[in-house]
Design a protein around this ligand. Structure first.
Ligand SMILES: [Zn+2]
Ligand SMILES: [Zn+2]
Length: 418
């Protein structure tokens, strides 16, 4: 496993979880494409059945630089509304074991091979070179900074999904993705002699967010909100009136249609993304829908909802604290949602694109809301690199170095190994 805060001197070997204990998956087919062998593996009680033979665990050794195994099925979009099962082909070796009666599969491979695959799992392999390079350096730095280590208890550097970084094997690999990785091999974003904990999300919506407004962490100088435009200055969208006005215009932002039109977006987004407009969007709910959703997601028992009030916004307009009021058990009652993640989880049947939205509500009889429209901007937490914005910059001829210094202020690029 990678060690937090340690700068690598040579290319590390990393462990990526492909099937996790939480998936509760009991069987899989793995084929070795070079030796033409097929393994049907099942988790049963405390052991595995490999082609019918009982064993505790199995390690399938792979080729370091060539695709070795195809696994079917593997979950993609775990816990999100786009969740599906896919088949993936991977480089490196596999460790398969039984964890509490279900499968646990780890793919061990070289960091650079992993990154090649991340570049085209996060975005399409046909994206312009500068975007793939910027994305790859950000993904490399995030993983090696190991600041989050979300799966430390499982001994993993990352899982294969949006929770960490989307990794879908070599399936979508393109010549561009290979050369983006080779061109940036060993290159990291550095601040204060440490690898940066680079974050990224699909679309900032025009302004990116300060890291401390999204996660419970110290403010990072390289994770400041930036105006995603060639214009200077940072419009402060934490003021609700200013934000509402600001939403009406695209301000020539890199992630707007000004730089990336919807046709280009379809062509360049990763293969499991839903197609849609992420820069500006709208959702409308009626009282009964809202009530059902809020009660289901929060475990409350509101009889009606009378208002939804943002309490605090970050610089990008993202709501970071929000109050929902109504009646419960015949009395006035309210709850406060304390993070952008919680707000997005509660205010959508699945998951809301972002918490940067304004609320337009009509009140009906007994002060309850008849109809609520959320008009919003962006997709994702909005901190660090804006993937669609970076695409817009790359399409207009801006280099990967300039893309990175636009989003990650005060950071520098360093090559840590050959
Ligand atoms: Zn993860
Ligand atoms: Zn953006």
């Amino acid at each position: 496993m990678l060690v937090k805060g340690k700068k690598p001197k040579s290319e590390p070997l990393i462990s990526v979880g492909l099937i996790l204990p939480i998936d509760k998956q009991n069987s899989i087919t793995i084929s070795n494409d070079i030796e033409q062998k097929t393994y049907i593996i099942e988790a049963e009680n405390d052991h595995l059945l490999v082609n019918g033979n009982k064993t505790k665990s199995i390690e399938l050794m792979g080729y370091a630089d060539d695709p070795s195994y195809t696994l079917d099925p593997v979950p993609a979009g775990r816990g999100f509304h786009w969740e599906k099962n896919i088949s993936i082909q991977v480089i490196g070796s596999l460790k398969i074991s039984n964890s509490d009666g279900s499968l646990f599969i780890i793919n061990q491979l070289k960091l650079e091979s992993y990154l090649m695959c991340v570049a085209t799992s996060e975005m399409s392999g046909n994206c312009p070179q500068a975007l793939l390079e910027a994305q790859t350096i950000a993904a490399r730095s995030w993983l090696v900074a190991a600041a989050e280590q979300k799966h430390l208890d499982l001994g993993l550097d990352a899982c294969n999904d949006d929770c960490c970084q989307r990794y879908q094997g070599v399936g979508n690999l393109s010549t561009q993705a290979r050369s983006a990785t080779n061109n940036t091999r060993g290159k990291f974003l550095i601040f204060n002699d440490m690898v940066c904990d680079t974050r990224y999300s699909k679309s900032c919506g025009g302004v990116s967010e300060h890291n401390e407004n999204v996660w419970d962490m110290e403010p990072k100088p390289y994770l400041r909100g930036v105006f995603d435009s060639e214009q200077k200055g940072l419009p402060d969208l934490s003021d609700p009136i200013h934000f509402k006005e600001w939403l009406k215009n695209d301000h020539g932002c890199y992630c707007s249609e000004h730089y990336v039109n919807n046709e280009q977006l379809k062509k360049y987004l990763g293969s499991v993304d839903e197609k849609g407009n992420y820069f500006r969007w709208e959702f409308t709910y009626y009282q009964n829908e809202l009530l059902k959703m809020v009660n289901e997601k929060t475990g409350q028992s509101f009889e009606n909802i009378s208002s939804i009030d943002p309490i605090q916004r970050g610089v990008s307009g993202r709501i970071i604290k929000l109050k929902i009021s109504g009646q419960s058990k015949g009395e006035d009652h309210h709850i406060v949602l304390e993070s952008e993640y919680e707000i997005r989880r509660v205010l959508h049947p699945e998951f809301l694109y972002s918490s940067a939205f304004t609320i337009n509500a009509n009140s009906g009889i007994n002060r309850t809301l008849d109809k609520v429209t959320l008009s919003g901007a962006g997709w994702g937490h909005g901190v660090g690199l804006c993937q669609i914005g970076a695409l817009g910059m790359a399409l207009s001829g801006i280099s990967s170095d300039d893309i990175l210094s636009h989003y990650f202020l005060s950071s520098t690029l360093e090559k840590l190994y050959d």
